[in-house]
Design a binder for this molecule. Structure first.
Ligand SMILES: [Zn+2]
Length: 290
């Protein structure tokens, strides 16, 4: 796999090894390189529960199938690439934010662009953040990630007349008090999100659901996760730009207490290798010859 770390600590990109297809996977939340200036005061092991640890490894087969894989190296708790740039909690800041604010539902639960709570009732910081440090995170990390993903998608769309984007995440096996469905609810194996059918052609969602269901997994669609900023930005099915979020249950691949891969990791990875291959064929059948 050709891994480009053109922006150390920020993101990686793995380019296709085989015949290229207009298929892009991105993993915005699996980064584990905590920047020196993070200065959080909650314990690191609690903060790490925000990571989608190892998710980029689950989709590592992408380049061998002609697809592109992009992932954040920075942790999502430092700045979350899957939020609107104005999704900022004013309560975090030492000074008024100089740009328009657009706080969403997740921000009120402590999980905005810059995370306020590590888990329910546990603040990430014991201080207020300055405007300059938040702006630096946006400029260096958030924008860098979005530019990399958008430039890959735009290049493929120009070459093939369409682009298919899979936004890769994982979810805790049981919800906590910051989850939409409330605390203590066990998750199914996979949740696919297309923002109620608005970010991709329905055939993409159906294809992925049927593939996973045939392999024995429980799959739900848009319940409880519909997809957030990355699929919203990249999914414009009328322009032949399709974007689907996939959330996988962490119990299928990791020990959530120790942050280690579990014994089932190879089985899930093998099923996702097959999914990536099937998606590459799906895309090849629908794209213009490049
Ligand atoms: Zn995620």
């Amino acid at each position: 796999m050709t891994i480009t770390r053109s922006l150390p600590g920020i993101l990686f990109r793995s380019d296709p090894r085989e015949r290229e297809v207009p298929l892009v996977f991105d993993s915005p939340h699996s980064g584990t390189e905590y920047p020196d200036d993070f200065d959080h005061t909650c314990p690191r092991h609690v903060l790490r529960t925000a990571e989608d640890t190892y998710v980029h490894e689950l989709y590592a087969a992408a380049p061998a199938h002609g697809a592109t894989l992009i992932g954040a190296l920075f942790p999502r708790s430092y700045i979350d690439a899957n939020r609107h740039v104005g999704d900022i909690d004013a309560a975090l800041l030492a000074e008024p934010w100089p740009h328009p604010l657009n706080p969403g539902v997740k921000t009120k639960m402590g999980m905005g662009l810059i995370r306020r709570l590590a888990v329910p009732k546990l603040p990430v910081y014991s201080r207020k953040l300055g405007i300059a440090e938040v702006q630096a995170r946006i400029d260096r990390y958030y924008h860098a990630y979005h530019v990399e993903l958008a430039s890959a998608a735009d290049r493929l769309h120009a070459r093939f007349g369409g682009v298919w984007h899979v936004n890769c995440h994982s979810m805790k096996s049981v919800s906590n008090g910051m989850a939409a469905e409330g605390p203590g609810v066990p998750r199914v194996d996979f949740v696919l999100g297309d923002r109620d059918g608005s970010t991709c052609a329905p055939e993409l969602t159906t294809f992925v659901r049927d593939f996973l269901t045939k392999r024995g997994y429980d799959v739900r669609i848009n319940d409880p996760y519909k997809g957030v900023e990355l699929v919203r930005r990249h999914g414009r099915p009328r322009d032949n730009r399709h974007s689907l979020q996939i959330e996988v249950n962490r119990k299928l691949y990791m020990d959530e207490e120790r942050f280690e891969r579990n014994a089932n990791f190879p089985r899930l990875k093998s099923d996702l290798d097959a999914l990536v291959g099937a998606l590459a064929t799906f895309v090849r059948e629908r794209a213009r010859a490049g």
